[in-house]
Design a protein around this ligand. Sequence first.
Ligand code: SAM
Length: 300
Amino acid sequence: MDWFQETLHPAIRQTLRVEEVLHRDKTALQDLVIFRNPTFGRVMALDGIVQTTEGDEFVYHEMLAHVPILAVKAARRAGAKGAVRKVLIVGGGDGGCIREVLKHKGLVCTMVEIDPGVIELSRKHLPNHHAGAFDDKRANIVIADGARFVKETPERYDVIIIDSTDPVGPGAVLFTREFYADCKRCLAPGGVLVTQNGVPWLQGEELQSSVRSFRALFKEGGCYLAVVPTYNGGFMALGWATDNAKLRKTPVAKIARLAKAMKLQTRYFTPELFAGAFCLPQFVHALIDGIPYGKRKKKR
Ligand code: SAM
């Protein structure tokens, strides 16, 4: 195999040069390939779809973890000692997301991954993704279907992060209203749910449908943006659902103070980007609001 061709979109194909195949096999659930590309380093694909690369994973994982955690920390600072005690990740088997979450001290993180093969092979071939996080005593790794887990857990989480595959195969259930409703049930008051929501240029309907569900269930639903080159098609959307509409308006100075206090080291995230990522182009507003920018009623 000299080239890997991604099969996610019907009319557009991303092709990556394969320098060396490190692993290619079926896990219990998915077809998994890990190969080396001269530009992006090690690349993992599941069922023909690029999941993560060593070269650009930091963008996605930093934005999935620090934006919600810092927002909730800032909101609670005056009250419960800035407490974000419990974070839940659904999916995330490559370990990049839990690595970023555990940069925050004083919290525990449960990661619910359906496919143990992804964790096992990421441990072996993508060691810089988890960077030891899987073995951190604050990490609780659960092998289960995330949809079932959120339906049944008695726990309440301050932040829930859906680091899922696209809505095909085992990940499809993680894009349903029923799943988001179950997430809301196990979200602590004032908490936030963030989701992997695809590339608006190519997966607009998926974003539209998720945001519609968020708005039916939460006081606020929307998305923020980040540019991950190997998520083909332009910037990607990360879904945002919460009952605290003030969270995304947290002043940059507050985010900066919290990031400085914890000596947060990042390569993409900055406090200014916290605010900037919520600035949406007109066509994304049109997608998720269905009406021109500025005309949406404040209360829904
Ligand atoms: N960053 C990636 C992206 O945007 O495509 C996601 C990467 S991460 C490896 C996605 C993980 O979600 C996979 O390991 C997959 O096994 C897991 N997953 C899919 N469906 C799941 C489910 N129902 N419950 C828990 N984990 C699930």
